[in-house]
Design a protein around this ligand. Structure first.
Ligand SMILES: C[S@@+](CC[C@H](N)C(=O)[O-])C[C@H]1O[C@@H](n2cnc3c(N)ncnc32)[C@H](O)[C@@H]1O
Length: 263
């Protein structure tokens, strides 16, 4: 069972474990002479779900989510909200988070201090020569639009897979008059050719970092910069790290690619 769960995305494992918890709670109230109303029954389901999730090795934050899921469901149903409310909430969350259950890279945003620090890492201006930058998973476009305004001599590209963040960032570049040096594309970062860029920036999660490092190594040009906000790669220590005094004490990890001895 554990090896099956290991192969599934955590959200799918969590759902299966909720099913097992519901079946166990049902069995318990059938076998024991307990008459239970919906909320205590949901708390029982939540307790089973949290215990099963712990045994299955889900990450710590899942235990709280698993415990609260069924009670929250019962409380929400008690509010008797119209079904369309749930449909609308589901569609908004889908448009924002899209494939997060599979990629394990949700939307959260780099701070303004990160934008400013990345600005200082961009190549020096050379008259008549543009440099190129890509934000892999560009979210709401904050990094891109800041840099495109600060460095009109650069070409800034974003790629974003979730529809609503893509649409908002696209509008942000259009309405902000940045069309000439800043573009956002709807798609997957795995389909981008990193050989085209002098600077590649990513703020993702620990999950894709090893695969992304392999892609960066095989595609990026010698001397190009790879910058990861917060998440390290296991294979190669960075050339520099840059810790900022923003809310999360973000750290930028910086590699100079494909120059022997200079990662
Ligand atoms: C942590 S946010 C970072 C947003 C932005 N780069 C920033 O620094 O503020 C990560 C973004 O990557 C997007 N994402 C995740 N997997 C992706 C993929 N395979 N291709 C493109 N975007 C992806 C998510 O939808 C999310 O908006």
């Amino acid at each position: 069972m554990r090896s099956l769960l290991d192969r599934l995305p955590p959200a799918a494992s969590a759902l299966l474990l909720q099913g097992a918890a519901f079946a166990s709670a049902l069995l318990l109230v059938r076998l024991a002479p307990i008459h239970t109303s919906p909320l205590p029954f949901a708390l029982l389901c939540g307790t089973f779900a949290a215990v099963f999730s712990r045994l299955a090795g889900l990450a710590k934050w899942w235990l709280l989510i698993q415990f609260l899921f069924a009670p929250a469901l019962v409380l929400m149903l008690a509010l008797e909200l119209p079904p369309n409310f749930f449909l609308a909430a589901f569609l908004v969350l889908l448009a924002v988070y899209w494939s997060t259950f599979r990629t394990q890279v949700p939307l959260y945003l780099s701070s303004r201090k990160v934008w400013q620090a990345v600005e200082t890492l961009l190549p020096a201006a050379v008259p008549g020569q543009a440099f190129s930058f890509i934000d892999l998973g560009s979210g709401l476009g904050g990094v891109l639009t800041h840099l495109a305004r600060a460095r009109p001599d650069g070409r800034f590209q974003g790629v974003e897979t979730a529809p609503l963040p893509f649409l908002l960032s696209w509008l942000r570049t259009r309405l902000g008059g940045l069309r000439s040096n800043c573009q956002v594309q709807w798609g997957s970062l795995w389909n981008c050719d990193l050989a085209q860029y002098d600077v590649v920036f990513a703020y993702l999660s620990p999950v894709p970092m090893d695969k992304l490092w392999d892609k960066a190594k095989s595609e990026m040009r010698p001397g190009a910069l790879f910058i990861s906000n917060t998440f390290m790669v296991r294979e190669q220590p960075p050339l520099y790290t840059y810790t900022l005094d923003d809310l999360h004490h973000s750290t930028l990890y910086i590699w100079r690619m494909n120059e022997p001895g200079k990662y």
